[in-house]
Design a protein around this ligand. Structure first.
Ligand SMILES: *Cc1c(COP(=O)(O)O)cnc(C)c1O
Length: 362
């Protein structure tokens, strides 16, 4: 069997232990005589899986009791609309910080539904840093402030949690959820597509404070209404059963290895290894401002598009795959999510050194 080091930004690597467990249970889950994929979502055996998944996620993230956990479909991109439809209903206003492509998409979607203001942006600097804000950056009557906490494409992460006072803070955590402890209380709503750090594609997790539920626009599609999903335990219709099961295995894996504190330690070790090397040489350039560096997505370039292309293709041949940067920024991007072992990053750094030696820039 061949397993490569997969640096894909998403869908991305899953822990081998999780894949092995899923394989072991593939044909017959416990004593059900069937695969989780084949089960009725209304069966007692599946109800136990989804209930356990929620309990475990609450434990891993220390989610307070006054927050609901929703297991939804449609990807993080569907939340770009669901958030304003549910939350932009008091004053019809929302403030967005633009720190990359996904936050910009979220802002554009919200514009369809109300008075949306981009209060800060790093677009002019090609999103190489996260803009600073303070409490005065936001409109006092905004229904919420939206941020994308980790910018998957550019390799940046908020070095701070914006102080929005009483205004609920909404955060897209798709590419950094479960990478380190986070104080859920600081947020009104957190959402994340699962395919980066949590499960297979097809599941979106929403963690929302209870007082923000039940104020949706009257014309909201039923499937996007948090109240309907919360009242029905995420089972108004068929949930993404298999993805929720895989997420449960991932939560178990995190708890077994010591929870999010230990996860953070491991992620810091990996990120420091890569950034440490990048800072020690001048063959590769890391475009992101140091205070805004992401622990999950590390971007770098050689400064020569041909060399970048050669790098990605030779790395791939060496078993280090999906290192090509996002089509909108070029260069390289190493996504080193929870499931990427330290050996993967060590192998990457060794490859980078060899490549630099073998391909002088003249
Ligand atoms: C991948 C990603 C998205 C898009 O997620 P989909 O599930 O494909 O809709 C949105 N935001 C961030 C931060 C992402 O990394």
């Amino acid at each position: 069997m061949k397993r490569v080091f997969n640096f894909s930004a998403g869908p991305s690597m899953l822990p081998e232990q999780v894949l092995a467990k899923a394989a072991e249970e593939m044909l017959c889950y416990e004593d059900s005589g069937m695969s989780v994929m084949e089960m009725s979502h209304r069966s007692p055996v599946y109800e136990k899986i989804i209930a356990e998944a929620e309990t475990l996620l609450r434990k891993v993230m220390e989610i307070p009791d006054n927050y609901k956990v929703l297991f939804l479909q449609g990807g993080a991109s569907t939340q770009f609309a669901a958030v304003p439809l549910n939350l932009m209903t008091k004053n019809g206003k929302a403030d967005y910080i633009l720190s990359g492509q996904f936050s910009t998409k979220a802002e554009q979607e919200a514009q369809k539904y109300g008075d949306v203001k981009a209060v800060a942006s790093s677009k002019d600097a090609n999103f190489t840093f996260v803009p600073q804000t303070d409490r005065n950056s936001f409109r006092a009557d905004a229904d919420y402030v939206h941020i994308c906490f980790n910018n998957t494409i550019y390799g940046t992460k908020f070095p701070y949690i914006p102080d929005t006072g009483d205004i609920p803070l909404v955060a897209d955590l798709s590419s950094c959820i479960l990478s380190e402890p986070i104080d859920v209380k600081k947020f009104g709503l957190i959402y994340a597509g699962a395919q980066k750090n949590m499960s297979a594609a097809g599941l979106t997790v929403v963690i929302v404070r209870e007082d923000l539920i039940g104020n949706a626009r009257k014309d909201i599609p039923t499937m996007l209404d948090y109240k309907i999903m919360a009242d029905n335990g995420s089972m108004y219709n068929t949930p993404p059963c298999w993805c929720i099961y895989i997420a449960k295995l991932v939560y178990e894996w995190i708890l077994e290895l010591g929870g999010l504190k230990e996860m953070k330690k491991r992620n810091e070790e990996k990120a420091n290894l890569l950034y440490g090397y990048l800072d020690s040489q001048d063959y590769y350039i890391a475009p992101v401002k140091k205070d805004s560096r992401s622990m999950m997505n590390v971007t770098f370039v050689t400064g020569n598009a041909e060399l970048d292309k050669k790098f990605a293709s030779e790395a791939s041949a060496a078993g280090l795959v999906n290192l090509k940067g996002h089509r909108s920024v070029g260069g390289m991007r190493a996504s080193i999510y929870n499931a990427m072992p330290k050996a993967g990053v060590e192998t990457l750094v060794a490859f980078m050194k060899e490549f630099a030696k073998n391909n002088p820039k003249g």
